[in-house]
Design a protein around this ligand. Structure first.
Ligand code: GLA
Length: 391
């Protein structure tokens, strides 16, 4: 197994070193935001439902200082050259592309909300893997947002930040994602999962002390190439919205499990029925998971995780062979439960395991991959960590 997250100090040092080298000056401060995994509640956020993510010990750190005028200069250790833009580019959604679009999108969203965003120089370092479904984009948005809010002394409490970061992604970058990722990376607490009602944005921090229970969450990076992930995500979202309209409810969250059969009978095609069944049953699985965690029955959530996976595989149809293989191998090696986490079509699987068995389960997944000639997966154990903060 690879080691868990690099200590925040190491990533922060890289951001500071990058800032000094690039700009020949000291940063005014550093702001960190983590990646996330979602324990359960997939494709429920844009249906006004429930999710239960937690923050990873892997972080993106932004070292930043103000600069005169409405200009933003951004260097990233992952890019060949820095990007510089002004208000004109920031005010035109879609004008910047690639990683810099997430930075410009935050500037745009802040300005669109009426904030006086200070010009700034930024240097970015990150341990959150890109394209693995661990919300590297939300981590970048949240760290940049925290930096600009503090540098400008802007009045933007933490509970209002996720919506703003989401607007950067939806409207500037153009990805129609829900509110989960930005909420997770901004609002999570160490040792807790974040129970979020995506309609009201109310949160409850649910104790999820894996260490104390002798448990671990093993995150398996499937390394499966993201196949058509963007188009498929958008089409799942549309089909949920169409179904809600057909059923005459504001969102699928408003269909209760008791009403599910009657609702399904009113829909005219099988595919839509499967999509709706996933969302309605998944919302209930989140509530059941929360109830078990509140009762301190952490091991007992395993079957709910596995049922969530089956629902994503069979009803929402968003898994791929590498992902299903990882889940099956983890379960066969003794995991209490396992499921894909995130938007789907690749990305990561999480498995709830005895801490002492994490290595054995990880090896079993690696072997199952080798048997099928899949590219070797990445494996890491993680603990629920803190959300965005100044560091
Ligand atoms: C992606 C999106 C989230 C959410 C998940 C699926 O991570 O960014 O908003 O919809 O997929 O649960």
């Amino acid at each position: 197994m690879t080691e868990p997250g690099t200590p925040v100090g190491a990533v922060a040092e890289r951001a500071t070193a990058g800032f000094r080298q690039r700009y020949g000056a000291e940063p005014a401060g550093r702001w960190a935001a983590p990646g996330r995994v979602n324990l359960i509640g997939e494709h429920t956020d844009y249906n006004d439902g429930f999710v239960l993510p937690f923050a990873l010990p892997l972080r993106t750190v932004v070292a930043a200082a103000p600069q005169d005028g409405e200009r933003w200069t951004v260097w990233s250790e992952l890019a060949d050259s820095p990007v510089e833009f002004g208000a004109a580019e920031a005010d035109q959604p879609g004008r910047l592309t690639g990683w810099a679009a997430y930075v410009a999108g935050v500037v745009w969203a802040l300005r669109a909300a009426g904030h006086a965003v200070p010009g700034a120089r930024l240097a970015i370092a990150s341990d959150v893997p890109l394209g693995s479904g661990l919300s590297s984009s939300a981590a970048l948005e949240a760290a940049v947002l925290a930096a600009l809010v503090d540098l400008g002394g802007l009045d933007l409490p933490a509970e209002r930040r996720p919506r703003l970061a989401q607007r950067a992604e939806n409207d500037y970058v153009g990805a129609p994602t829900g509110i989960m990722d930005q909420s997770a990376v901004i609002r999570c607490r160490a040792g807790h999962a974040l129970f979020l009602d995506c309609r009201t944005e109310s949160v409850e921090h649910i104790p999820f002390d894996l260490d104390a229970a002798g448990l671990a969450v093993l995150v398996i990076d499937s390394r499966a190439p993201h196949r058509h992930a963007d188009g498929e995500y958008a089409s799942r979202r549309k089909s949920c919205e169409r179904a809600a309209a057909q059923l005459g409810v504001p969102a699928l969250r408003d269909v209760s499990p008791d009403d599910l059969d009657a609702a399904l009978a009113r829909l005219d095609d099988d595919e839509t029925r499967r999509r709706v069944r996933h969302v309605v049953t998944e919302d209930q699985r989140v509530l059941d998971t929360v109830a078990l965690l509140r009762a301190g029955r952490v091991r007992d959530i395993g079957p709910l995780l596995t049922a969530s996976h089956a629902s994503m595989r069979d009803d929402f149809e968003i898994t791929v062979p590498e992902i299903d293989t990882a889940v099956e191998a983890a379960l066969a090696a003794g995991a209490y439960g396992a499921r894909m986490t995130g938007g789907g079509f690749g990305g990561c699987v999480l498995a709830l395991v005895e801490a002492a068995a994490a290595d054995v389960v990880a090896r079993a997944v690696v072997e199952a991959y080798a048997e099928r000639d899949f590219a070797a997966p990445g494996t890491v154990t993680v603990l629920p960590s803190v959300g965005a903060h100044r560091t």
